[in-house]
Design a protein around this ligand. Structure first.
Ligand SMILES: Cc1cc2nc3c(=O)[nH]c(=O)nc-3n(C[C@H](O)[C@H](O)[C@H](O)COP(=O)(O)OP(=O)(O)OC[C@H]3O[C@@H](n4cnc5c(N)ncnc54)[C@H](O)[C@@H]3O)c2cc1C
Length: 344
C-alpha cells in the first residue's frame, strides 16, 4: 500500500487512560441480536462462556422480526423418523446444481464449487440438525416440522429429498407471517433466562439531549457542524432567527415523531486513469507523451488526488485542459495516414 495513505485513527487499538477501566469483561461479545446473533449467543453461553450481546436497536430481532423464519435443516431428525432419505451426497448435489449452475459437474470432487463453498455446504449438512435440536431441547426455539413444504427447486433431479427440510417456530400462525417474532421471542427469553448479558441501545434519547445542548450553545463540539463558510452556504439558516450563532443547528423537540434521512457518501465523478502532461497529452509508462493522444476529464488522472478543491473543481480544470489541449494539438505537425503513405 502506498505510504502516503494516512492511517485511520479509528483503526488503532484504543489505549485505556490511567483512570479508565473496561465497562465489562466477558469471554464472548456478540454484536447484533438477530437471526444469527441470538443463536450464537445462546450456543456460546451453553458452552459455559460469559456472553455479552450488544444490539444497536432498542429491541432484539433485526430483519428476523419480519421473517417467516422458515429454517432449512437437511437430514433432520423428523425426516429420519419419517423415513425420508436425505444423504449428504444428494444434498451437496442439490446445493451445487443451484449455486454454480455454470460450473456444476457431478464428477468433480467438489461438484464444480470452489473448495470453501463445498466445505461450507458440508458443514451445513453436518450441523444444522444438531443445532436446531439443541435450540429446541433447551426451549429456545421449539419448532414445527413442515413435512409438506417443498424445496424451492424440488423438481430438479438433484433434489433427493424434495420435501421435509423446513422448520418453523412452533407457535407461528398458520400463515407463518409471525414466525420471526415468535422465534426471536423464544430465543430472547432463553438468552435472558440463561444469563446472556443483553444490552440494547439507549442512544436515541441521549443523542437528542446532546444535540440540543450543542444547538443551544451554537458550538457543535461533536461534528463541527456550521464551523465552515461553505457549510453555512449549503446548509445555513434552519429557521429565521436573527443573531443565532450557528444557523445550521436548531434544537429538536423533546418528543417525536422524528424523521431521519440517511446521509451517506456517493460518487460525484472519478479521477482515475492515465497521467497527462500540462497540455493534456496522455503519457506512456515512461512519462513520454503519446503523439496525437489527449485526455481530459474523468477518463484521466487528476492532480487534485483526494481533494475536491471547490465547487466546479472538476469542470473548471476540464475547460482549462481542453483549451490547452486544443492549442497543443493545433501546433502538432500534420501526420500522414497509413493510407496516404501507401498511395504516396
Ligand atoms: C419479509 C422477510 C421474510 C423473510 N423470511 C425468511 C424466512 O422465512 N427464512 C429465512 O431463512 N430467511 C428469511 N428472511 C431473511 C432473514 O430474515 C435474514 O436473512 C436474517 O434475519 C439475517 O440474519 P442476520 O443475523 O444476518 O441479520 P438480522 O436478523 O437483521 O440481525 C442483525 C442485528 O444486528 C443489529 N446490528 C447491526 N449493526 C449493529 C451494530 N453496529 N451494533 C450492534 N448491533 C447491530 C441489527 O439491529 C439487528 O438486530 C426474510 C426476510 C424478510 C425481510
Amino acid at each position: 500500500m502506498s505510504s502516503d495513505v494516512a492511517k485511520r485513527e479509528s483503526a488503532a487499538p484504543r489505549q485505556l487512560g490511567a483512570d479508565e477501566d473496561f465497562d465489562v469483561e466477558v469471554d464472548i461479545i456478540v454484536v447484533g441480536g438477530g437471526a444469527s446473533g441470538l443463536p450464537a449467543a445462546l450456543f456460546s453461553r451453553w458452552l459455559d462462556n460469559q456472553v455479552l450481546l450488544l444490539e444497536k436497536a432498542p429491541e432484539l430481532g433485526g430483519t428476523a422480526n419480519k421473517a417467516a423464519f422458515w429454517y432449512w435443516v437437511p437430514n433432520n431428525e423428523r425426516m429420519r423418523e419419517l423415513g425420508l432419505q436425505d444423504d449428504e451426497s444428494g444434498f451437496l448435489r442439490y446445493c451445487a446444481r443451484l449455486s454454480v449452475p455454470h460450473a456444476y459437474d457431478r464428477e468433480s470432487p467438489t461438484l464444480g464449487m470452489a473448495r470453501w463453498e463445498y466445505d461450507a455446504c458440508r458443514a451445513i449438512y453436518e450441523s444444522a440438525s444438531p443445532a436446531a435440536e439443541l435450540l429446541a431441547k433447551r426451549d429456545a426455539l421449539p419448532y414445527r416440522h413442515c413435512e409438506a413444504v417443498p424445496d424451492y427447486w424440488s423438481e430438479l433431479p438433484e433434489d433427493a429429498a424434495p420435501k421435509g427440510r423446513v422448520f418453523v417456530p412452533r407457535d407461528a400462525r398458520e400463515s407463518m407471517s409471525d414466525g420471526g417474532i415468535n422465534g426471536i421471542r423464544t430465543m430472547s427469553a432463553a438468552a435472558r433466562r440463561d444469563g446472556v448479558d443483553i444490552r440494547l441501545a439507549a442512544n436515541l434519547q441521549a443523542s437528542v439531549v446532546r444535540f440540543n445542548e450543542l444547538a443551544r450553545t451554537g458550538v457543535d463540539a461533536d461534528f463541527g457542524r456550521g464551523e465552515r463558510a461553505v457549510q453555512q452556504l449549503f446548509n445555513g439558516d434552519v429557521r429565521e432567527e436573527p443573531g443565532r450563532t450557528n444557523p445550521t443547528m436548531w434544537p429538536l423537540s423533546d418528543v417525536g415523531p422524528y424523521y431521519a434521512a440517511l446521509v451517506t457518501g456517493g460518487t460525484l465523478d472519478t479521477k482515475g486513469g492515465p497521467k497527462t502532461s500540462v497540455d493534456a497529452q496522455v503519457l506512456d509508462d515512461l512519462d513520454q507523451p503519446i503523439p496525437g493522444l489527449y485526455g481530459i476529464g474523468n477518463c484521466v488522472a487528476s492532480a487534485s488526488r483526494r481533494a475536491y478543491w471547490a465547487g466546479g473543481a472538476t469542470i473548471g480544470p476540464m475547460i482549462a485542459f481542453a483549451y490547452r489541449a486544443a492549442q497543443a494539438a493545433d501546433g502538432e505537425p500534420i501526420k500522414q495516414t497509413a493510407t496516404q503513405g501507401v498511395h504516396a
